[in-house]
Design a protein around this ligand. Structure first.
Ligand code: URP
Ligand code: ZN
Ligand code: ZN
Length: 464
Protein backbone atom coordinates (compact mmCIF):
# COMPACT_ATOMS: atom_id res chain seq x y z
CA UNK A 1 0.00 0.00 0.00
CA UNK A 2 1.39 3.38 -1.03
CA UNK A 3 0.02 6.64 0.34
CA UNK A 4 0.99 10.17 -0.61
CA UNK A 5 0.43 12.91 1.94
CA UNK A 6 0.45 15.99 -0.23
CA UNK A 7 0.68 19.74 0.27
CA UNK A 8 1.21 19.76 4.03
CA UNK A 9 3.76 21.52 6.23
CA UNK A 10 6.14 18.97 7.65
CA UNK A 11 6.92 19.91 11.25
CA UNK A 12 9.82 18.19 12.99
CA UNK A 13 11.96 18.99 16.01
CA UNK A 14 14.54 20.45 13.64
CA UNK A 15 12.31 22.69 11.54
CA UNK A 16 9.24 23.13 9.36
CA UNK A 17 8.90 23.20 5.61
CA UNK A 18 6.32 22.52 2.91
CA UNK A 19 6.74 18.95 1.64
CA UNK A 20 4.95 15.84 0.50
CA UNK A 21 5.50 12.55 2.29
CA UNK A 22 5.36 9.26 0.41
CA UNK A 23 4.56 6.21 2.51
CA UNK A 24 5.32 2.75 1.18
CA UNK A 25 4.09 -0.09 3.36
CA UNK A 26 5.11 0.50 6.98
CA UNK A 27 7.69 3.15 6.26
CA UNK A 28 8.35 6.60 4.92
CA UNK A 29 9.80 6.22 1.41
CA UNK A 30 10.32 9.83 0.37
CA UNK A 31 10.01 13.36 1.74
CA UNK A 32 10.20 16.22 -0.73
CA UNK A 33 8.56 18.84 -2.88
CA UNK A 34 5.87 17.91 -5.42
CA UNK A 35 6.02 14.12 -5.14
CA UNK A 36 2.68 13.69 -6.90
CA UNK A 37 3.25 11.52 -9.96
CA UNK A 38 6.67 10.32 -8.81
CA UNK A 39 5.21 6.93 -7.90
CA UNK A 40 1.90 5.15 -8.33
CA UNK A 41 -0.09 5.48 -5.12
CA UNK A 42 -3.19 3.83 -3.71
CA UNK A 43 -4.32 6.94 -1.90
CA UNK A 44 -3.49 10.62 -1.78
CA UNK A 45 -4.33 12.51 1.39
CA UNK A 46 -4.49 16.26 0.90
CA UNK A 47 -2.86 17.97 3.87
CA UNK A 48 -3.29 21.53 2.63
CA UNK A 49 -3.27 23.99 5.54
CA UNK A 50 -2.24 21.31 7.98
CA UNK A 51 0.88 20.06 9.69
CA UNK A 52 2.39 16.65 9.07
CA UNK A 53 4.08 15.61 12.30
CA UNK A 54 5.65 12.40 13.62
CA UNK A 55 3.11 10.55 15.74
CA UNK A 56 3.15 11.37 19.42
CA UNK A 57 5.09 9.10 21.76
CA UNK A 58 3.80 8.86 25.31
CA UNK A 59 6.45 7.17 27.44
CA UNK A 60 4.43 7.09 30.65
CA UNK A 61 1.14 5.20 30.68
CA UNK A 62 -0.46 2.69 33.04
CA UNK A 63 -2.97 0.46 31.30
CA UNK A 64 -4.72 -1.79 33.84
CA UNK A 65 -2.35 -0.75 36.64
CA UNK A 66 -3.29 -2.35 39.96
CA UNK A 67 -3.50 0.46 42.52
CA UNK A 68 -5.29 0.92 45.84
CA UNK A 69 -7.34 -2.25 45.51
CA UNK A 70 -8.52 -1.60 41.97
CA UNK A 71 -7.18 -1.38 38.40
CA UNK A 72 -6.69 1.51 36.02
CA UNK A 73 -9.62 1.21 33.65
CA UNK A 74 -8.11 1.49 30.20
CA UNK A 75 -6.98 -1.74 28.60
CA UNK A 76 -4.37 -1.81 25.87
CA UNK A 77 -7.23 -1.79 23.39
CA UNK A 78 -9.19 1.15 24.77
CA UNK A 79 -6.11 3.08 25.90
CA UNK A 80 -4.17 2.85 22.64
CA UNK A 81 -7.33 3.60 20.66
CA UNK A 82 -7.82 6.77 22.70
CA UNK A 83 -4.13 7.56 22.22
CA UNK A 84 -4.54 7.27 18.45
CA UNK A 85 -7.52 9.63 18.45
CA UNK A 86 -5.28 12.13 20.20
CA UNK A 87 -2.40 11.78 17.73
CA UNK A 88 -0.24 9.48 19.84
CA UNK A 89 0.97 6.45 17.90
CA UNK A 90 3.37 4.88 20.41
CA UNK A 91 3.04 4.31 24.12
CA UNK A 92 5.54 2.92 26.59
CA UNK A 93 3.64 1.38 29.48
CA UNK A 94 4.87 0.25 32.87
CA UNK A 95 4.87 -3.50 33.49
CA UNK A 96 4.69 -4.18 37.22
CA UNK A 97 6.76 -6.50 39.35
CA UNK A 98 4.63 -7.27 42.40
CA UNK A 99 6.38 -7.76 45.71
CA UNK A 100 7.78 -11.28 46.03
CA UNK A 101 7.37 -12.06 42.34
CA UNK A 102 9.97 -12.00 39.58
CA UNK A 103 10.41 -9.33 36.94
CA UNK A 104 9.73 -12.05 34.38
CA UNK A 105 6.27 -12.77 35.80
CA UNK A 106 5.41 -9.09 35.69
CA UNK A 107 6.70 -8.64 32.16
CA UNK A 108 4.91 -11.75 30.89
CA UNK A 109 1.67 -10.50 32.39
CA UNK A 110 2.06 -7.19 30.55
CA UNK A 111 2.85 -8.89 27.26
CA UNK A 112 -0.34 -10.89 27.71
CA UNK A 113 -2.39 -7.75 28.35
CA UNK A 114 -1.02 -5.95 25.28
CA UNK A 115 -0.53 -8.58 22.61
CA UNK A 116 -3.49 -8.87 20.29
CA UNK A 117 -5.12 -5.84 21.87
CA UNK A 118 -3.06 -2.73 21.23
CA UNK A 119 -4.02 -0.74 18.16
CA UNK A 120 -0.72 1.18 17.94
CA UNK A 121 2.84 0.16 18.77
CA UNK A 122 3.92 -0.15 22.38
CA UNK A 123 6.92 -0.83 24.55
CA UNK A 124 7.41 -1.53 28.23
CA UNK A 125 9.37 -0.17 31.12
CA UNK A 126 9.55 -2.31 34.26
CA UNK A 127 8.40 -1.19 37.71
CA UNK A 128 10.70 -2.79 40.28
CA UNK A 129 9.16 -3.28 43.68
CA UNK A 130 11.80 -5.67 45.07
CA UNK A 131 15.49 -5.16 44.48
CA UNK A 132 17.39 -8.33 45.36
CA UNK A 133 20.09 -10.53 43.83
CA UNK A 134 17.58 -12.36 41.64
CA UNK A 135 15.80 -9.29 40.29
CA UNK A 136 19.11 -7.51 39.72
CA UNK A 137 20.21 -10.42 37.55
CA UNK A 138 16.89 -10.35 35.72
CA UNK A 139 17.46 -6.71 34.80
CA UNK A 140 20.21 -7.73 32.38
CA UNK A 141 17.87 -10.14 30.63
CA UNK A 142 15.15 -7.51 30.28
CA UNK A 143 17.60 -5.01 28.80
CA UNK A 144 18.52 -7.67 26.24
CA UNK A 145 14.82 -8.17 25.46
CA UNK A 146 14.23 -4.52 24.68
CA UNK A 147 12.88 -3.45 28.07
CA UNK A 148 15.83 -1.35 29.19
CA UNK A 149 14.25 1.02 31.76
CA UNK A 150 13.32 0.40 35.36
CA UNK A 151 11.09 2.60 37.47
CA UNK A 152 11.80 2.76 41.18
CA UNK A 153 9.98 4.75 43.82
CA UNK A 154 10.94 6.78 46.86
CA UNK A 155 7.14 7.08 47.34
CA UNK A 156 4.34 4.65 48.29
CA UNK A 157 5.90 2.87 51.33
CA UNK A 158 4.69 -0.72 51.59
CA UNK A 159 3.76 -0.86 47.91
CA UNK A 160 6.39 0.22 45.38
CA UNK A 161 8.83 1.98 47.75
CA UNK A 162 12.56 1.22 47.59
CA UNK A 163 15.12 2.49 50.07
CA UNK A 164 18.26 4.32 48.99
CA UNK A 165 20.38 1.18 49.13
CA UNK A 166 18.04 -0.69 46.82
CA UNK A 167 17.89 2.24 44.41
CA UNK A 168 21.65 2.51 44.43
CA UNK A 169 22.07 -1.19 43.71
CA UNK A 170 19.70 -0.96 40.74
CA UNK A 171 21.64 2.05 39.48
CA UNK A 172 24.92 0.19 39.79
CA UNK A 173 23.41 -2.55 37.67
CA UNK A 174 22.38 -0.12 34.92
CA UNK A 175 25.94 1.19 34.93
CA UNK A 176 26.87 -2.28 33.69
CA UNK A 177 23.92 -3.28 31.52
CA UNK A 178 23.23 0.03 29.76
CA UNK A 179 19.72 0.48 31.15
CA UNK A 180 18.08 3.57 32.57
CA UNK A 181 16.61 4.13 36.01
CA UNK A 182 13.39 6.17 36.08
CA UNK A 183 12.53 7.62 39.46
CA UNK A 184 9.27 8.55 41.12
CA UNK A 185 10.88 11.06 43.47
CA UNK A 186 8.82 12.06 46.48
CA UNK A 187 9.79 11.38 50.09
CA UNK A 188 7.02 8.87 50.74
CA UNK A 189 8.03 8.12 54.31
CA UNK A 190 7.71 11.74 55.40
CA UNK A 191 4.56 12.20 53.30
CA UNK A 192 2.85 9.29 55.04
CA UNK A 193 3.52 10.90 58.44
CA UNK A 194 2.08 14.22 57.27
CA UNK A 195 -0.89 12.52 55.59
CA UNK A 196 -1.72 10.66 58.84
CA UNK A 197 -1.47 13.96 60.76
CA UNK A 198 -3.71 15.63 58.18
CA UNK A 199 -6.40 12.98 58.56
CA UNK A 200 -6.07 13.03 62.37
CA UNK A 201 -6.59 16.80 62.27
CA UNK A 202 -9.89 16.24 60.44
CA UNK A 203 -9.02 16.87 56.78
CA UNK A 204 -10.16 13.75 54.99
CA UNK A 205 -11.23 15.27 51.65
CA UNK A 206 -9.04 15.06 48.52
CA UNK A 207 -7.50 18.46 49.21
CA UNK A 208 -5.60 16.73 52.04
CA UNK A 209 -3.74 14.69 49.41
CA UNK A 210 -2.39 17.86 47.85
CA UNK A 211 -1.61 19.54 51.14
CA UNK A 212 0.27 16.57 52.63
CA UNK A 213 2.64 15.93 49.74
CA UNK A 214 4.84 18.99 50.19
CA UNK A 215 6.75 20.27 47.14
CA UNK A 216 9.93 20.37 49.20
CA UNK A 217 9.63 16.60 49.68
CA UNK A 218 9.63 16.18 45.91
CA UNK A 219 12.64 18.50 45.68
CA UNK A 220 14.49 16.59 48.39
CA UNK A 221 13.86 13.19 46.81
CA UNK A 222 14.72 14.45 43.33
CA UNK A 223 18.06 15.80 44.48
CA UNK A 224 18.73 12.61 46.46
CA UNK A 225 18.16 10.25 43.55
CA UNK A 226 20.17 12.44 41.19
CA UNK A 227 23.07 12.31 43.65
CA UNK A 228 22.72 8.53 43.98
CA UNK A 229 22.91 8.32 40.18
CA UNK A 230 25.96 10.56 40.22
CA UNK A 231 27.63 8.21 42.70
CA UNK A 232 26.73 5.21 40.53
CA UNK A 233 27.90 7.10 37.43
CA UNK A 234 24.67 6.56 35.49
CA UNK A 235 22.00 8.74 33.91
CA UNK A 236 18.68 9.09 35.69
CA UNK A 237 15.24 10.13 34.44
CA UNK A 238 12.78 11.78 36.82
CA UNK A 239 9.17 10.94 35.99
CA UNK A 240 6.13 13.22 36.39
CA UNK A 241 8.04 16.18 37.81
CA UNK A 242 5.56 18.64 39.28
CA UNK A 243 7.29 21.09 41.61
CA UNK A 244 9.71 23.93 41.01
CA UNK A 245 11.80 22.57 43.91
CA UNK A 246 12.32 19.35 41.94
CA UNK A 247 13.05 21.26 38.75
CA UNK A 248 15.68 23.26 40.62
CA UNK A 249 17.41 20.01 41.56
CA UNK A 250 17.39 18.84 37.93
CA UNK A 251 18.61 22.21 36.65
CA UNK A 252 21.48 22.38 39.12
CA UNK A 253 22.56 18.86 38.19
CA UNK A 254 22.37 19.57 34.47
CA UNK A 255 24.34 22.78 34.92
CA UNK A 256 27.00 20.62 36.56
CA UNK A 257 26.98 18.46 33.42
CA UNK A 258 25.27 15.47 34.99
CA UNK A 259 23.06 13.26 32.80
CA UNK A 260 19.84 14.06 34.67
CA UNK A 261 16.64 14.08 32.60
CA UNK A 262 13.03 14.76 33.48
CA UNK A 263 9.51 14.79 32.17
CA UNK A 264 6.50 16.73 33.31
CA UNK A 265 2.85 16.06 32.45
CA UNK A 266 -0.04 18.18 31.16
CA UNK A 267 -1.79 18.06 34.53
CA UNK A 268 1.08 19.96 36.13
CA UNK A 269 1.04 22.56 33.36
CA UNK A 270 -2.71 23.13 33.15
CA UNK A 271 -4.29 22.09 36.48
CA UNK A 272 -3.56 23.19 40.03
CA UNK A 273 -4.08 22.48 43.71
CA UNK A 274 -7.35 24.43 43.49
CA UNK A 275 -8.81 21.56 41.45
CA UNK A 276 -8.39 19.29 44.47
CA UNK A 277 -10.87 21.46 46.39
CA UNK A 278 -14.68 21.39 45.94
CA UNK A 279 -15.23 18.56 48.42
CA UNK A 280 -14.97 15.01 47.13
CA UNK A 281 -15.10 16.18 43.49
CA UNK A 282 -11.40 16.83 43.99
CA UNK A 283 -10.82 13.06 43.89
CA UNK A 284 -10.93 13.36 40.10
CA UNK A 285 -7.63 15.18 40.36
CA UNK A 286 -5.80 12.94 42.85
CA UNK A 287 -2.47 11.82 41.48
CA UNK A 288 1.07 11.67 42.81
CA UNK A 289 2.94 13.92 42.88
CA UNK A 290 -0.14 16.06 43.46
CA UNK A 291 -1.27 19.08 41.52
CA UNK A 292 0.66 22.10 42.76
CA UNK A 293 -0.23 25.73 43.30
CA UNK A 294 -0.40 27.62 40.01
CA UNK A 295 2.87 29.46 40.65
CA UNK A 296 4.80 26.28 39.77
CA UNK A 297 3.47 26.33 36.20
CA UNK A 298 5.57 29.20 34.74
CA UNK A 299 8.65 27.46 36.14
CA UNK A 300 7.74 24.22 34.38
CA UNK A 301 7.19 26.04 31.09
CA UNK A 302 10.58 27.70 31.53
CA UNK A 303 12.05 24.26 32.13
CA UNK A 304 10.54 23.02 28.87
CA UNK A 305 11.85 26.01 26.92
CA UNK A 306 15.34 25.69 28.36
CA UNK A 307 15.46 21.89 28.03
CA UNK A 308 15.81 21.22 31.75
CA UNK A 309 12.62 19.24 31.08
CA UNK A 310 12.95 17.20 27.91
CA UNK A 311 9.65 15.34 27.69
CA UNK A 312 5.94 15.75 28.36
CA UNK A 313 4.22 12.42 28.94
CA UNK A 314 0.83 11.83 30.52
CA UNK A 315 1.15 9.33 33.39
CA UNK A 316 -2.21 8.16 32.02
CA UNK A 317 -3.78 6.11 34.82
CA UNK A 318 -7.57 6.42 34.69
CA UNK A 319 -9.96 5.50 37.49
CA UNK A 320 -13.69 6.12 37.30
CA UNK A 321 -15.01 8.74 39.69
CA UNK A 322 -17.99 6.52 40.46
CA UNK A 323 -16.92 3.12 41.73
CA UNK A 324 -13.15 3.67 41.93
CA UNK A 325 -12.13 7.14 43.12
CA UNK A 326 -14.95 6.90 45.68
CA UNK A 327 -13.04 4.16 47.50
CA UNK A 328 -11.50 7.15 49.26
CA UNK A 329 -14.65 8.83 50.56
CA UNK A 330 -13.79 9.78 54.14
CA UNK A 331 -10.04 9.19 53.74
CA UNK A 332 -8.10 10.74 50.86
CA UNK A 333 -5.30 8.17 51.36
CA UNK A 334 -7.59 5.50 49.92
CA UNK A 335 -8.32 7.31 46.65
CA UNK A 336 -6.59 5.47 43.77
CA UNK A 337 -3.86 7.75 42.46
CA UNK A 338 -3.91 8.65 38.80
CA UNK A 339 -5.55 10.72 36.06
CA UNK A 340 -6.69 10.06 32.51
CA UNK A 341 -4.86 11.98 29.79
CA UNK A 342 -3.40 9.90 26.96
CA UNK A 343 -5.90 11.32 24.45
CA UNK A 344 -5.49 14.99 25.34
CA UNK A 345 -1.74 15.50 25.53
CA UNK A 346 -0.99 16.63 21.97
CA UNK A 347 -3.93 19.04 21.81
CA UNK A 348 -3.42 20.52 25.27
CA UNK A 349 0.21 21.22 24.51
CA UNK A 350 -0.57 22.60 21.08
CA UNK A 351 -3.26 24.87 22.47
CA UNK A 352 -1.66 25.83 25.78
CA UNK A 353 1.91 25.75 24.47
CA UNK A 354 2.10 26.62 20.78
CA UNK A 355 -1.06 28.70 20.34
CA UNK A 356 -0.43 30.43 23.67
CA UNK A 357 3.06 31.39 22.45
CA UNK A 358 4.98 29.51 25.15
CA UNK A 359 6.77 27.05 22.86
CA UNK A 360 7.32 26.75 19.11
CA UNK A 361 5.57 24.10 17.09
CA UNK A 362 8.96 22.45 16.55
CA UNK A 363 9.52 22.26 20.31
CA UNK A 364 6.00 20.83 20.66
CA UNK A 365 6.99 17.99 18.33
CA UNK A 366 10.27 17.56 20.15
CA UNK A 367 8.88 17.22 23.68
CA UNK A 368 5.97 14.98 22.64
CA UNK A 369 7.70 12.74 20.08
CA UNK A 370 11.33 13.19 19.14
CA UNK A 371 12.92 13.56 22.58
CA UNK A 372 11.02 10.60 24.03
CA UNK A 373 12.08 8.55 21.00
CA UNK A 374 15.71 9.51 21.54
CA UNK A 375 15.76 8.95 25.29
CA UNK A 376 13.91 5.66 25.12
CA UNK A 377 15.73 3.90 22.33
CA UNK A 378 13.21 4.39 19.51
CA UNK A 379 14.89 7.02 17.36
CA UNK A 380 14.99 7.34 14.34
CA UNK A 381 12.51 4.54 13.78
CA UNK A 382 9.96 6.65 15.68
CA UNK A 383 9.85 10.37 16.37
CA UNK A 384 11.18 11.38 12.95
CA UNK A 385 9.91 12.21 9.48
CA UNK A 386 12.71 10.70 7.45
CA UNK A 387 13.21 8.05 4.81
CA UNK A 388 13.15 4.62 6.46
CA UNK A 389 11.35 5.75 9.61
CA UNK A 390 8.09 4.07 10.56
CA UNK A 391 5.20 5.89 8.91
CA UNK A 392 3.63 6.95 12.21
CA UNK A 393 2.28 10.27 11.03
CA UNK A 394 -0.36 12.75 12.07
CA UNK A 395 -2.04 15.23 9.78
CA UNK A 396 -2.75 17.91 12.31
CA UNK A 397 -5.08 20.86 11.86
CA UNK A 398 -3.62 23.73 13.92
CA UNK A 399 -6.78 25.85 13.57
CA UNK A 400 -9.61 23.43 14.32
CA UNK A 401 -11.16 23.97 17.75
CA UNK A 402 -12.92 21.38 19.84
CA UNK A 403 -14.13 21.04 23.39
CA UNK A 404 -12.72 18.32 25.62
CA UNK A 405 -15.41 16.28 27.35
CA UNK A 406 -15.99 12.85 28.85
CA UNK A 407 -19.05 12.66 26.61
CA UNK A 408 -16.90 12.59 23.50
CA UNK A 409 -13.50 11.26 24.57
CA UNK A 410 -12.45 7.69 23.87
CA UNK A 411 -10.70 6.89 27.14
CA UNK A 412 -12.58 4.32 29.19
CA UNK A 413 -13.26 6.58 32.15
CA UNK A 414 -16.32 8.45 33.35
CA UNK A 415 -14.88 11.95 33.64
CA UNK A 416 -12.39 14.34 32.09
CA UNK A 417 -10.00 16.55 34.05
CA UNK A 418 -10.41 19.12 31.27
CA UNK A 419 -14.22 18.98 30.95
CA UNK A 420 -15.46 21.92 28.88
CA UNK A 421 -12.03 23.22 27.98
CA UNK A 422 -11.86 24.44 24.38
CA UNK A 423 -8.60 23.70 22.58
CA UNK A 424 -7.28 24.84 19.22
CA UNK A 425 -5.68 22.07 17.20
CA UNK A 426 -6.66 18.50 16.45
CA UNK A 427 -5.52 15.30 14.73
CA UNK A 428 -7.45 14.85 11.48
CA UNK A 429 -5.75 11.75 10.09
CA UNK A 430 -3.49 9.42 12.06
CA UNK A 431 -1.30 6.74 10.50
CA UNK A 432 0.33 3.93 12.40
CA UNK A 433 3.07 2.20 10.36
CA UNK A 434 1.44 3.36 7.14
CA UNK A 435 -2.15 2.40 7.98
CA UNK A 436 -4.76 5.04 8.64
CA UNK A 437 -6.06 4.34 12.15
CA UNK A 438 -8.12 7.50 12.67
CA UNK A 439 -9.72 9.60 9.98
CA UNK A 440 -11.84 12.66 10.76
CA UNK A 441 -13.04 11.36 14.09
CA UNK A 442 -13.62 7.76 13.01
CA UNK A 443 -11.52 4.82 14.11
CA UNK A 444 -10.28 2.83 11.13
CA UNK A 445 -7.57 0.81 12.86
CA UNK A 446 -7.57 -2.72 14.16
CA UNK A 447 -7.32 -4.26 17.60
CA UNK A 448 -4.06 -6.22 17.71
CA UNK A 449 -2.33 -4.26 14.95
CA UNK A 450 0.03 -2.64 17.48
CA UNK A 451 3.39 -4.38 17.84
CA UNK A 452 5.75 -4.71 20.77
CA UNK A 453 8.80 -2.49 20.33
CA UNK A 454 12.10 -3.92 21.47
CA UNK A 455 13.93 -0.78 22.46
CA UNK A 456 17.63 -0.03 22.46
CA UNK A 457 19.69 0.74 25.57
CA UNK A 458 19.91 4.28 26.91
CA UNK A 459 22.94 5.30 24.87
CA UNK A 460 21.45 8.70 24.05
CA UNK A 461 21.08 9.50 27.75
CA UNK A 462 24.69 8.54 28.28
CA UNK A 463 25.94 10.83 25.52
CA UNK A 464 23.51 13.78 25.67
O1 URP B 1 -0.82 9.11 40.59
C1 URP B 1 -0.13 8.46 39.81
N1 URP B 1 0.93 9.02 39.31
N2 URP B 1 -0.49 7.19 39.53
C2 URP B 1 0.21 6.28 38.72
C3 URP B 1 1.35 5.63 39.43
C4 URP B 1 2.59 6.50 39.40
O2 URP B 1 3.12 6.81 40.46
O3 URP B 1 3.04 6.86 38.33
ZN1 ZN C 1 5.01 7.49 39.78
ZN1 ZN D 1 3.01 6.80 36.49
Amino acid sequence: MRTLIANGTVVTAEGSYPADVLVDGDQIAQVGASLAGSAAVDETIDATGRYVIPGGIDVHTHMELPFGGTFAKDTFETGTRAAAFGGTTTIVDFAVQSRGKSLREGLDAWHAKAEGNAVVDYGFHMIMSDVNDDTLAEMDQLVAEGVPDFKLFTAYPGVFFSDDGAIFRAMQRTAKNGGLIMMHAENGLAIDVIAADTVAAGTTDPIGHGLARYPVLEGEATNRVIRLAQAANVPVYIVHLSASEALDAVRVARDEGLPAFAETCPQYLFLSLDDLGHGFEGAKFVCSPPLRTADHQPELWKGLVKDDLQVVSTDHCPFDFHGQKDLGVGDFRKIPNGLPGVEDRMDLLHDGGVVAGKITKERWVEITSTAPARLFGLYPRKGAIAVGADADLVIYDPTRSHTISARTHHMNVDYSCYEGRSVTGGSDVVLSRGSVVVRDGTFTGRKGAGRFLRRATADYARMA
